[in-house]
Design a protein around this ligand. Structure first.
Ligand code: ATP
Ligand code: MG
Length: 333
């Protein structure tokens, strides 16, 4: 059995040949006082912010890399086992392809591979995220023409230019959806003296957030705890307020995109101007972020189909067509 895994900071997605994305759950593990794992994935996420004192919900992947090795292994085991249930014994251990951020160190790569092998994989291969995103978005990578990918995830944004099957220029910044949520929460705290949780901030972003002004303003009632009275309170928020709140992280993403464009060799830049930049990852679903990037760079930017799943699909496809892609996977160590 061949399994592609996008081990993201926010979500783990699992792709199986012939079936597509078979699992998608938050990258969260809940442990008790004695570090015993009590829940993984969706069940663990439900516990965030409402757990009894002795249970802690952990996101083991931070900024796209393994922050907690043992917990990451538990997370991988959960997915590998769940995908295999219902299959008869005797199928042997699965082969897995896991995405890692571009430019992770060999120590980090080894940690991911070891975690996968310990979690029950028979063989584990790694692929750099921008490469997986390009494959999943059906952007040709093997030709001599430059292609640019902007993947905005929960923990990181990765921007890369690929040509002849290799990453020519790339940068990764620790700014993504989570950081955007945090800045929305701190804006609400400062402006309204209202404390809101991360999940509420994310809802605000998804429901009414926008990167450019909207013709018709959206509004939403936002519920939190008043910092002075200590009691629950609800305030109405508008999309232009959310836009203002999100400006600092969006500026950081713009800065990184500009940097990559500046570092791109001229021949490849002209390919990118022709074909445009392709966005993937959950963060690319923010209203008008593609238009904002087009506006500030002058290079057309579009969101890939099924942007949230591109990396996962790419890991699966890379494994399915391993003979073709192996030369593009780089060092596995
Ligand atoms: N419609 C939307 N508008 C804005 N943001 C969204 C939307 N849908 C999802 N997101 C954000 O996308 C992020 C998750 O994206 P994704 O699943 O690509 O991240 P990840 O792969 O787990 O993280 P990383 O790649 O950093 O490791 C979350 O921060 C989520 O809030
Ligand atoms: Mg990702």
């Amino acid at each position: 059995m061949k399994i592609g895994i996008d081990l993201g900071t926010a979500n783990v997605m699992v792709y199986v040949k012939g079936k597509g994305i078979v699992m998608q759950e938050p990258s969260v593990v809940a442990v008790d006082d004695d570090n015993v794992i009590v829940a993984v994935g969706a069940e663990a996420r439900e516990m965030i912010g409402r757990t009894p004192a002795n249970i802690q919900a952990i996101r083991p992947m931070r900024a796209g890399v393994i922050a907690d090795y043992v917990i990451t292994e538990a997370l991988l085991r959960h997915f590998i086992q769940k995908v295999q249930t219902g299959r008869r014994f005797g199928w042997g251990k699965p082969e897995v392809m896991i995405s890692v951020p571009a430019g992770v160190t060999s120590v980090e790569k080894r940690a991911v591979r070891d975690a996968a092998l310990k979690a029950g994989a028979g063989e584990a291969y790694l692929i750099e995220e921008p490469m997986a995103a390009a494959i999943g978005a059906a952007v040709p990578i093997s030709g001599p023409s430059g292609a640019m990918i902007i993947d905005i995830g929960g923990g990181t944004s990765e921007i890369a230019v690929i040509s002849l099957g290799a990453i020519v220029v790339s940068t990764s910044l620790r700014v993504g959806g989570n950081k955007i949520d945090e800045t929305i929460a701190s804006y609400v705290r400062k402006k309204y003296n209202l404390m809101i949780g991360d999940r509420t901030a994310e809802e605000v972003k998804i429901q009414i957030g926008t990167a450019l002004p909207l013709e018709r303003e959206l509004t939403m009632d936002v519920r939190g705890r008043d910092l002075i009275a200590g009691l629950p309170r609800t305030i109405p928020m508008t999309s232009s307020e959310v836009m203002e709140a999100m400006e600092p992280p969006l500026q950081q993403i713009i800065g990184a995109v500009r940097l990559v464009l500046e570092q791109t060799p001229p021949e490849l830049s002209s390919d990118i101007i022709d074909k445009g930049m392709v966005m993937t990852g959950g963060g690319s679903l923010l209203r008008n972020i593609d238009k904002l990037l087009t506006q500030v760079t002058g290079v057309p930017c579009h969101v890939a189909d099924d942007a949230l799943n591109c990396v996962a699909r790419g890991t699966g496809l890379a494994l399915e067509h391993f003979d073709f892609y192996k030369k593009y996977l780089g060092s596995q160590m």
